[in-house]
Each structure stands twice: as C-alpha cells, then as structure tokens.
Design a protein. Structure first.
Lengths: 315, 540
C-alpha cells in the first residue's frame, strides 16, 4: 500500500517538474516582451531596458527558471504585469468562485449519473434503459452554453428564482453566493453527468457478466441485491477515473459558462491574462492547475486502493 | 418422491432448441453423474434447476424439488431456495469469487441473507464451514481476499459458500476441470464426504467419464440436449450397451497406434537443456531494499533425441510452463544453457534465433485464444513462414498452407474461412497446421488437448501421433494429464516444485513411480478402467 502510493506520489512530482519546464519554455519562446507591454508602445528603449533589469528578464534562463520555481514553492507567483498585484492574490480571488463551482458541479453530476447508470444497467434493453440512454445521448450532444442560456431563460427570466448572472461575492452571505452558482453548476454538470452515466452503465454491464455475479445469485440474493452489493463496487474503478478527469475540466475549462453567467472565475482570468500577454499570471495559473490535477489523480489512485484490495498488495 | 425430479425438460434459447425432453431424478444422499460433451446441454440443465438461465431462454416441462415445481415457482421463492436448500459450485474458481470482498464476507453473506443471523454468528458459522472444507482459520482467516488464494483454495471457498447452509441438493458443474489432478482428487473427496455427512443429493456434471465413474452412483449421458442412456454407473459403463456410451468410453481411454520410434542413430541430441534456472523478482517489501527473488525453475537438465516424444508432467505452478517458455526462447533463463541441434540458443539476439524458431514450433492449450478472429486461415496458418530465409511467393505460400491443412485432415478450401467458422477440434487442427508449416524438428505442446472433448481429443492425439511417425517431429508435451502422457509419449519427466524429480520411460514411471510427486500424480489421476472395476465390486 505505502509502496503503491509512494510510487504514485513520485510520478506526480515528476509530472509537476516536467510541466514546469514545459510551461516555462513555451512562454519563453512566445513573442512579446512583457516590459514593453507594461510600458506601452511609446516608452523609450532605456526605460524598457531598466524595467527588464528590474524584473530580472535579462538574467540567464536557468537562474530565472530556478527563481520562478523557488518562488512558487513559497506560494510567491510573482506580480501581474498588467495589474501590478501579486499573482497569488488574483488567483485566490477567482478560486473562491471556481473551486466551489467545480465541487458543486461534480457533486451534482455524480448524484445524477450514478443512479441513472445503475438504473439503466439494471433494466438493460428494456424501454427504461433506452429512454435513459437517449437522454444521456442528448446531454452529451447539446452544447453546454446553449443549455445554460435555456436555464437562464427558464429559471432567471421567467420564474425569477435565481439571478441571471454575476457573482455577489461571499461577503454578501453564503446563500446569495451559492444561489449565483446554482445555474452555472447545473449547466456544467449535465453534460458531465451524461458521460458519467454512460460509463457507469457500461462498467456495470461488464461486471454483471462476470462469474462471481452468478455465484452471488446462486447464494439466493435477488438481482437488486447483487447489483448493489457485488456489481457496483467492482464497476467503480472506471467511474472514478472519469470523475478525476472531469474535475480538472470543471476547474479551468469552464470559460464559456463563466462568460454566459458573468462569473469572475479562473477560466476568465487565464483568458484575460493570455490576451494581455500577462505571462506571469498564465504561468502561475497553469502550474496551479497542473498541481491540482496531479493531486486529484493521487486521490483517484488512493480511492482505487481503497476499492480494490489487489492494489493494496500490488508492487 | 425423489429429491429432484426433472421430467421432460425442454429448453430453447432464442428459438434454438438446447434441451429436448430431458428426464433425470436424484435421491437424497445420492450422487448422480451428468456426462456429455460440450454443447450437450449439461450446464443448461443445471441452470434450469437453479432458474439462473439466460434471459432469452424459455423452459418447458417440470422440475420437481422436494415437492415444489421449480419452473413454476415465483422468483422470491427461488431466491429463498438458492443458497439454502440448493447450492451450486461452478467450473472456474479463479473468477467465481468477488475480488473486492473477503472470503469471510462472501461465505457469511448467504448465511446472513437466509437465516437473518447477526454478523458475529454468521461469521462464526462461515469460519466453521471454511474449516470443514480444509481452510483452517490459522492459515486462512476470514479477512483473506480471493487473490491471496490459489485456484484449489478458491474452489474450496466456493464449495463453502454453496454448502454453508447444508443444502439438500448440491449441483457441481465441472467443479474440478480447471484444477490439476491432485487438487481434483482432494476436491472430489471433499464433495463425497459432504454427501455422506449431510445426506445431500449431488448432481455432478462433468465431461470426464473417469471422474464421474469414481463419484456417481448413477449416471445420465447427455448428447445434443437428449438423454442417451441413464442407469447405475457400474452396469451402464460395463455393459456399454448404448453405442454413444461405448463411443465415449472408447474415446476416454484412447491410445493412438504408434509404431516403435526410430531413433536416428549417430546424430546428436535435438535439444539439450543444461542447468536451466529462472528467477523472478518477488514482491518489493520497501522502496529501499532489493526485492527478494523467487525461483520458478531450478537447475533443470535433460536431452531430447530427434523424433522422440517426451512428456513434462507436473502439478499447476510447478514451473513447467516457465521451462517451456525458456526452451522456446520466449524468456531468458537466469542460469544454464539450451542447445538446439547442437547450437546454443540462450542469450542470442532475435535475428540469430530465426533458424531455431523455424525448426521449433508451439501449440497452445486454448484453440480459441490463439487466433486473431479477424484474419483468414490462409494468413493465420502462413504466419510462421516469415521465418524462412527466402520469402515464398503468394502462390507458393498458398501451396504450403494447402499442404499443411491437408496434413492435419482439413480441406485446402478452408483457407478462405475465418477461425469462428471452425469447431474447437478443427481449430486445434489449425494450430497444428500452423505449427508444422515450416517443417519443424520439434513441437512444444502446452496442454494441447485439455480443452477438448474426449472424442475430439482422441482424434487430435491420433493426428499428433501420426505426424510424429510420418514427419519425424519430436514433441515436448507439457501436461498434468497422465492419460495424455501415457497415450503419446515414450519418455516422461516429472516436475515438482521447480525441479525435475523423476524421469524415465513413460510406461515404467507411470506404473512404478519412485518419487513422491510422481506417485501423487499417478494415484490422483482418474482412470476409467480402475473406476469401473471398483464400481463393479461396490454395486455388484
């Protein structure tokens, strides 16, 4: 067990190292001088040069890379070129929107997908299964921004239950803030749930064909009990894998939904920073995302080991 | 009234008839053997009794159990019977247990479900049952997971699950087919004891006539979904009045006619194995220590003459398949050398191995798994031809494939077909055709007939014997089945716990084994002659 997790941890750290090199190198290759961008087109060459020296841009690659990595280890991501505030501040401001949104979407999508998947698998080939799978097909196919607009129209414009967009901030109280995140999290969760439900169904159907299911039936357990007690846990491994992948997307791949609902999230921050050549912000966010995804994968690996005793004793 | 009465049972799956008017009855404390080849409907008969048939199946007739009509019983009634009054043991112990639950949970689950006992009581009962099937708590605590047990131990757990509540009827569907002969004998003895202890009725399903004869009081022979013959085991098998019964018995004991082998004098040995050992790294205990080593093959040496037929027999896990892989140069030994036709083949690169690979081919156990289902026979059989120095033209290739198919008794026109168009026996012929197409000097055959029905097995053994005579191919047969070794080999080596413990002429070793391992194999091997003789004494 420790060996298994130790190995995963090492792989995760190696991933972070490689990612930091790649991120650093790509932004190094991209054209555009941050000093020139900050000072504007009319600045004198001397002024630009002075700023470059101040920002350390004239030092060699390796010292700059090491300084950057060293800074990140102490949570110092540098200062934004455009806003002149610490990058970590910018990220913190946005993360308090994006992280709750991602968690809500994940919880919602799991809560929809697993019962639907189990239900469809239990009624394989019958009308209920066909309807559930057709619905999930629709969920995968419909673009989430369109679905988001539909939600806004029905629940915000027509029924006036929730605001159509914007984020009041947590200082305005938990309920108004959560209320602002309800529609976006539904819009994000439904397509994810559609995929997850299909994965759950097919994983379950695979397991239901196994010999040990027949052994359980021969013990006298009815179909339903066999499904919940024996099949579901065995079907969890692929489901957990997909959930881990989806969480990464929910955290940063949500720029369209953030735009539809005018939410100040990480997705929009990274988009703005890219537009403004605020490379140091981009670097910081990307590294943070990589770290999150590595951490989520580590959690998924840990949950594998909890689900499957064979992994606990594996090499 | 009998414990189990199957009357005129018919079964169709998707309109395809599987069973046609099967009759069978079983008393308490009796063992009924249900025998037949694959596709005869044995398993479907068992699943009909359990009412665990596939969804598309529709059954007609009557199955009476203790006065209950099982076919008409509602599903919750069946759930109450399954695992309580009727238990079932399946063929494949490796996959019959849930890998994520402990053996304790799995045995206790049925007990709790049926008796509403609390966890502690159910686990105490499970513990006693596991002890009864030979898994004592000191070595096999309830907290063990299936992957920590061997195949034979897992089958004991499955039997513990099925017998936990002392069922009146136990159905065992090929319970020992996946096990080696020594384990088979142990499991059969366990089943026999359980029958006597609890006056349980046992419906034993097997394709192996010898196993059934040793176990069953009465026997029912099934073919194509119909009962061919039924009666007392001793009478039925000694009289063999029904032609199909006779055919099955003959096929089970079949020994191919082989003239004496012509040892080509003067030439050196074909294969010379010297001091071969193979170590594998064992499980790592810590990141910082070197993993321990696990020895799979330990200092094995032997020689094989041209055209000689030799058997390598041993229990599962003794290292025989590892040794075979090393001989085929699919794995590197940790120590020792192998010479083929006088040339060392260990430690050579792939290009240098080409001539040796051409002259050394292999036949695997499973004729289903060893072919790519999406390729035509022509390409499949022609596969080893890339080992030839000169690439054959398409026309030459077709001629070679046609010749090889002809040698194994198939039609040249078969080369346009796909593997799924052939039966199991025909597929094994295809793998033999593939093995002989390069005119090899040696064929390594890993359990080549153990997945086949007895009548097909007899044909394949004949074919192998014939190829040995006509083409002078030497064989190394890897098997745990002594009937195969006896039927087709001149010499035998007995392997036990990584080493070769005995070798000699097949007839001598099998009639007078000297080592303990060889004696265990010989004693455990079911033998139809012996079994019928014993039955005759018992049943008069």
């Amino acid at each position: 067990m420790t060996a298994y997790l130790g190995k995963r941890l090492l792989i995760g750290l190696a991933t972070l190292l490689v990612a930091s090199v790649v991120v650093f190198a790509i932004l190094e290759i991209l054209p555009g001088d941050p000093a020139r961008l900050m000072l504007g087109m009319n600045a004198t060459a001397d002024a630009v040069e002075a700023l470059r020296n101040e920002m350390g841009l004239n030092e060699g690659l390796l010292p700059r890379y090491l300084a950057w990595v060293g800074g990140m280890l102490s949570l110092d991501f540098g200062r934004s070129y455009t806003y002149s505030v610490p990058v970590i501040e910018l990220i913190r401001e946005r993360a308090i929107v994006s992280v709750p949104l991602a968690l809500m979407s994940l919880a919602l999508s799991t809560a929809i997908a697993i019962p639907v998947g189990v239900f469809a698998a239990a009624r394989r080939g019958r009308p209920a299964d066909t309807v559930a799978m057709a619905a999930s097909q629709l969920g995968v196919a419909v673009p989430n921004f369109w679905f988001a607009l539909l939600l806004v129209y029905v629940f915000a414009v027509w029924l006036r239950l929730v605001p159509a967009g914007g984020f009041p901030g947590w200082s305005a109280g938990a309920w108004p803030a959560l209320k602002a995140l309800i529609l976006p999290s539904i819009a994000l969760a439904v397509p994810q749930a559609a995929i997850l439900a299909r994965v759950t169904r097919s994983a379950l159907l695979d397991v239901l064909g196994e010999d040990f299911i027949r052994t359980a039936r021969a013990k006298g357990l009815p179909r339903g009990a066999v499904l919940w007690r024996h099949a579901l846990r065995n079907a969890m491994l692929p489901v957990l894998t997909i959930m881990g992948l989806q969480f990464g997307f929910l955290l940063a791949g949500t720029i369209i939904i953030e735009n539809v609902f005018s939410l100040p999230g990480l997705g929009r921050l990274i988009f703005q920073a890219l537009n403004q050549r605020d490379l140091i912000v981009v670097e910081g966010i990307v590294m943070l995302l990589v770290a999150t995804i590595v951490a989520v994968n580590l959690l998924v690996d840990l949950s594998y080991a909890i689900v499957d005793p064979r992994l606990r004793t594996a090499r | 009234m009998s414990l189990l009465e199957i009357e005129n049972l018919s079964l169709a799956i998707g309109g395809q008839p599987i069973l046609k008017g099967v009759d069978l009855s079983l008393e308490a404390g009796e063992v009924m053997g249900l025998v037949g080849e694959s596709g005869s409907g044995k398993s479907m008969t068992a699943l009909s009794v359990m009412r665990l048939l596939p969804d598309a199946a529709s059954a007609a007739g009557r199955i009476g159990f203790n006065g209950i009509d099982l076919l008409a019983a509602p599903e919750d009634r069946m759930c109450a019977l399954r695992g309580d009054d009727i238990g079932m043991v399946f063929q494949e112990p490796m996959t019959a247990l849930n890998p994520l639950k402990t053996i304790g949970e799995q045995v206790a689950e049925g007990i709790r479900w049926h008796t509403r006992a609390n966890r502690a009581d159910a686990e105490a009962m499970a513990q006693r049952m596991l002890e009864r099937v030979g898994l004592p708590a000191e070595r096999f605590p309830l907290s063990r997971y299936p992957h920590e047990l061997s195949g034979g131990q897992r089958q004991r757990v499955v039997i513990a699950i099925a017998c936990a509540l002392k069922p009146k009827l136990l159905i065992a569907d090929e319970p020992t087919t996946a096990l080696d002969v020594v384990l088979q004998a142990q499991i059969l003895e366990l089943l026999r004891d359980l029958v006597v202890e609890n006056r349980m009725g046992l419906l034993l399903i097997s394709h192996d006539l010898a196993v059934v004869t040793e176990m069953a009081d009465r026997i029912t022979i099934l073919r194509g979904g119909e009962v061919m013959e039924a009666g007392n085991t001793a009478e039925t098998l000694s009289a063999q009045s029904h032609p199909y019964t006779r055919q099955l018995a003959m096929a089970s004991m079949h020994v191919p006619a082989r003239a004496k082998t012509h040892h080509a004098a003067g030439t050196g040995p074909l294969l010379e194995v010297k001091g071969i050992s193979r170590d594998y790294p064992a499980r790592r205990r810590s990141l910082f220590h070197r993993p321990e080593r696990f020895r799979a093959v330990d200092d094995v040496s032997f020689t094989l003459a041209p055209a000689q037929s030799m058997a390598l027999v041993g229990r599962s896990g003794c290292g025989k398949s590892t040794l075979a892989r090393i001989i085929l140069a699919l794995d590197e030994p940790s120590a020792g050398t192998i010479a083929f036709r006088g040339e060392t083949i260990t430690g050579r690169d792939q290009a240098a191995l080409r001539p040796a690979r051409r002259d050394m081919q292999v036949i695997f156990q499973d004729p289903y798994g060893s072919f790519d289902p999406r390729q035509r026979v022509e390409r499949l059989v022609a596969e080893p031809l890339h080992l030839l120095d000169k690439r054959p033209t398409p026309a030459e290739r077709r001629d070679l494939v046609a010749e090889a198919l002809h040698q194994v008794g198939l039609q040249p026109s078969d080369m346009q077909k796909y593997p799924h168009e052939f039966s199991g026996g025909q597929r094994q012929r295809l793998s033999i055709a593939r093995a002989i197409i390069t005119r090899p000097k040696l064929i390594v055959a890993d359990e080549p007939v153990s997945a086949l029905d007895v009548s097909i097995r007899a044909q394949i053994l004949d074919l192998l014997a014939d190829l040995n005579q006509r083409l002078g191919i030497a064989y190394l047969f890897i098997t745990h089945d002594l009937t195969v070794a006896r039927a087709i080999t001149d010499e035998v080596m007995v392997m036990d716990a990584r080493r070769i413990v005995e070798s000699g002429r097949t007839a001598d070793v099998l009639s007078q084994p000297r080592s303990q391992a060889a004696r265990a194999l010989v004693d455990a091997a079911p033998d139809l002659h012996r079994a019928i003789a014993r039955r005759m004494r018992e049943q008069g």
